[in-house]
Design a protein around this ligand. Structure first.
Ligand SMILES: CC(C)(COP(=O)(O)OP(=O)(O)OC[C@H]1O[C@@H](n2cnc3c(N)ncnc32)[C@H](O)[C@@H]1OP(=O)(O)O)[C@@H](O)C(=O)NCCC(=O)NCCS
Length: 174
């Protein structure tokens, strides 16, 4: 029987569990830009800022245990970038392929659109065909490829740039 997968917004109390999942995925050294999770204090600041500012940050659960996350963080660096958010996602290896990634992405994209974001951006290692397939299925388009930005254990790796444009809603009749 397939385990029950669910998704909910992250809470401040989830910080240790979220960090543990992030750390495990980072230590695989194949998917993320960093090789271990930041210290728990920095994770707490990140999570609390997301909650306070309305950034979409979801956790994915299997039988009530946090096994994944998806966040979309608004770019507040400049006024010209405030319509854009950057997406990050990861799931513990043993819970991949259960549909949780798709569920996390769909709900995070809906949350980001509801919060007014117009463009969702991400980078993904060109070798990560599973993630690229999921992003493409959900409407992300390739916008380019960076050459050798990642130094992996077995050599340099390319990274794809992908983005999703939130469809404009038709105007309500007066
Ligand atoms: C990428 C990731 C989030 C996808 O989540 P998931 O729960 O494994 O994926 P799902 O079960 O929801 O499957 C969604 C789609 O992914 C693709 N996919 C899933 N497993 C796959 C596999 N083994 N090989 C190729 N594509 C695969 C398929 O397109 C699938 O859609 P389909 O079932 O309609 O064919 C997850 O595998 C993961 O955390 N990977 C490691 C971390 C990572 O890569 N993060 C992203 C960095 S940019």
């Amino acid at each position: 029987m397939r385990p029950a997968v669910t998704v909910r917004p992250i809470a401040a109390a989830d910080v240790p569990h979220f960090r543990a999942v992030l750390d495990e995925v980072a230590r695989e050294r194949r998917y993320l830009a960093f090789e271990e999770a930041p210290p728990i204090e920095r994770i707490a600041v990140f999570v609390e800022a997301n909650i306070a500012t309305g950034n979409t940050h979801l956790v994915g659960l299997v039988d009530d245990m946090i096994v994944g996350w998806c966040d979309i963080v608004r770019d507040v660096s400049r006024p010209t970038r405030r319509h854009c958010g950057t997406l990050g996602i990861g799931i513990l290896a043993q819970y991949r392929g259960l549909g949780l990634g798709r569920l996390l992405m769909q709900q995070a994209m809906a949350g980001a659109a509801a919060s007014g974001l117009k463009r969702i951006e991400l980078t993904v290692r060109s070798s990560n065909q599973r993630a690229i397939a999921l992003y493409a299925q959900l409407g992300f388009a390739h916008e380019g490829c960076q050459r050798n930005p990642i130094m992996a254990e077995d050599g340099y790796e390319d990274r794809d740039l992908m983005a999703y444009l939130v469809p404009e809603q038709p105007k309500q009749a007066a």
